[in-house]
Design a protein around this ligand. Structure first.
Ligand code: 3SL
Length: 245
């Protein structure tokens, strides 16, 4: 297995695709996706365009759908949900499809949509992602941070480091043997520095501060937890993710 970390979708190569792509948006899209599916959601369908989201979800029975949308960290007016994982409790999401549009997570997913396998990761489901990689041993793996509008996001690269760190321990390979690019080494170093205080790391992150300004303390608390959800969101068809068993 060769692992590559890309801090943002824009930094991924455009002429090749990996066997397995892992999209990370700790704050908050991929944390929310894991929570929805862990709470019994039928699927998550992602859109960059809000009008297309509304149009597509119209064809679903009202009791089988939820519309979730975020722009600039805030809920899209008129939608059922914003992008808070805390809203995705079984009472609300069980048996429903979440039609969702977010600023950066959606874009990162679209960038690697054609990879043979596309999964999503956050701190909350890190161990399930690592277990999948250990079982399947894909030859090339990209971890793609969603960033913020093209810029580096501390929390996404730290989560990439959490996955890489765990892979080093599980495979017995050295970081040098596993790493396909230098970003892997720096991501592991970032995670190693902060692994005992991930909430502190989220408080340093630009987007963490943005969410704190929007009263997002509880979201940061939730997103900072590691290995609490045994769920693997995997793309089944372009833009549609379901829980992989
Ligand atoms: O940009 C995104 O995809 C979102 O996760 C951002 S937010 O945390 O919902 O504001």
């Amino acid at each position: 297995m060769k692992l590559f970390v890309y801090h943002t979708p824009e930094l991924t190569p455009t002429d090749v695709l990996p066997e397995c792509a892992i999209v990370v948006d700790v704050l908050r899209a991929t944390t929310t996706m894991a929570k929805v599916l862990a709470s019994g959601g039928e699927a998550v369908q992602v859109f960059s365009d809000l009008d297309l989201l509304k149009q597509t979800s119209e064809s679903w029975a009202a009791e089988k759908r939820l519309r979730a949308g975020e722009r600039g960290g805030a809920k899209v007016p008129g939608f059922d949900l914003g992008n808070s994982p805390l809203d995705c409790i079984p009472e609300k999401v069980e048996g429903r499809r979440l039609f969702i549009s977010t600023t950066n997570g959606t874009r990162a997913l679209q960038r690697v949509q054609k990879a043979k396998v596309l999964i999503t990761a956050a701190f909350v489901n890190r161990s399930t992602v690592v277990q999948y990689l250990m079982d399947k041993q894909p030859e090339t793996v990209w971890i793609v941070g969603s960033g913020w509008e093209g810029s580096f996001s501390l929390e996404d690269t730290a989560c990439a480091g959490a996955i890489a760190h765990s892979l080093v321990q599980s495979t017995g390979l050295s970081a040098d043997e596993l790493a396909g690019n230098d970003e892997v080494i720096s991501a592991i170093a970032l995670y190693a520095q902060w692994q005992d205080n991930l909430l502190g790391l989220l408080h340093h992150a630009t987007h963490g501060k943005r969410l704190l300004g929007l009263d997002g303390h509880q979201d940061l608390d939730y997103c900072s937890q590691t290995d609490i959800l045994d769920i693997l969101p995997m793309q089944q068809e372009p833009g549609i993710l379901k829980s992989h068993h």
